[in-house]
Design a protein around this ligand. Structure first.
Ligand code: SF4
Length: 214
């Protein structure tokens, strides 16, 4: 089935979840909601570098390198999970796909990256009818690949995250901020204001303490 047919077959486009939303959700549910519900997107150093890296990767045709077919910016979808997206790179070893996702962000997003990569594998399995046992994350800063095995636990996690993201998008409410070290590298920090609720609570608490003391 082609992508256009798949989208036509859906009862409602709202059923579709971008694969990237899973990565955002695992990193921070509020980030996922700000991007996918509030449509807020801010550039920071990581997102700019990421966009440039992805633009360089978007070559029109696949190539064959040392006997391995390589496809760039390959459209992906899953009717079963209601996912749609693109793979940065898919290498084909004797027709077995091996997705490679390029990352410029901090390594603390590593698990979120694994969920995103495994979601790509589940799409490839459904689209091509072959098992995709593993893939790799390529970190541009270190220029190293880290192989990821798509074990049953990771596959189950992808399905759970899809379910939770769908629930989040349907309810349309912003989750509370995580307000931790993740916020330092988040491009949405100025829109999100993650530490404001804590500051307001501290001010309110201070006021109550003053009243008790007087
Ligand atoms: S600033 Fe922090 S709480 Fe807000 S979206 Fe980013 S990571 Fe999440």
């Amino acid at each position: 089935m082609e992508l256009a047919e798949f989208i036509e077959d859906l009862h409602c486009e709202d059923e579709l979840i971008p694969i990237s939303a899973l990565q955002h959700y695992v990193y921070c549910p509020r980030q996922c909601a700000l991007i996918n519900i509030e449509q807020i997107w801010e550039e920071n150093l990581y997102t700019l570098r990421g966009r440039r890296a992805h633009e360089r990767l978007e070559l029109p045709e696949g190539i064959t390198r040392e006997g391995v077919r390589v496809e760039y910016a390959l459209p992906l979808w899953s009717a079963r999970l209601g996912l749609v997206g693109r793979a940065d790179v898919v290498e084909f070893f004797q027709d077995v796909p091996y997705p490679v996702e390029h990352k410029v962000g901090p390594r603390r997003a590593r698990h979120a990256d694994e969920v995103q990569l495994c979601a790509q594998a589940l799409c490839l399995e459904e689209m091509l009818g072959v098992e995709v046992p593993k893939g790799a994350l390529f970190y541009r800063a270190s220029r190293r690949r880290r192989e990821v095995i798509f074990a049953p636990a990771l596959r189950a996690e992808v399905e759970r995250v899809v379910y939770e993201v769908r629930g989040l998008l349907r309810c349309g409410k912003l989750p509370p901020p995580v307000a931790d070290a993740r916020c330092r590298n988040c491009s949405l920090v100025d829109s999100c204001l993650p530490f404001v609720p804590q500051a307001l609570t501290a001010i309110a608490q201070g006021g109550r303490d003053d009243q008790t003391a007087s």
